[in-house]
Design a protein around this ligand. Structure first.
Ligand SMILES: [Mg+2]
Length: 120
């Protein structure tokens, strides 16, 4: 079981993700935008995985990935993008920034958990 940082500006989406993860036994830290996530990442010990939305106020998910990759302890942490963005350009941008994987909303809980298992 892992400690996971779940980032989304949509409260209902965040709750759904957190519910799915907690149901599988994971510990979840929630953040409502990239800025809050970055602060949580710096303040929390032992985050093993980040799942983030892309379109968010204050700091978007791609910028968050870049910021996290610049922190030594997050250099190799798996970061999954959970997004409605399915375009190749966005995916390339995410990959270049250092995102590990891509999950398209609306997500299937079993598929989300299987993807997490694969990258942990
Ligand atoms: Mg959003």
């Amino acid at each position: 079981m892992a400690k996971i940082l779940a980032v989304d500006d949509s409260t209902s989406m965040r709750q759904m993700v957190a519910f799915t993860l907690r149901g599988a036994g994971h510990t979840v830290v929630e953040a409502s935008d990239g800025m809050e996530a970055l602060n949580a990442a710096k303040g929390e010990q032992g985050i093993e995985l980040v799942i983030s939305d892309i379109n968010m106020p204050n700091m978007d998910g791609i910028s968050l990935v870049k910021e996290l990759r610049a922190i030594p302890q997050f250099k190799f942490t798996p970061i999954l993008m959970l997004t409605t963005e399915s375009g190749t350009d966005k995916k390339q941008e995410g990959k270049a920034a250092g995102a590990t994987g891509w999950i398209i909303k609306p997500f299937n809980p079993d598929q989300l958990l299987a993807t997490i298992k694969k990258v942990l």
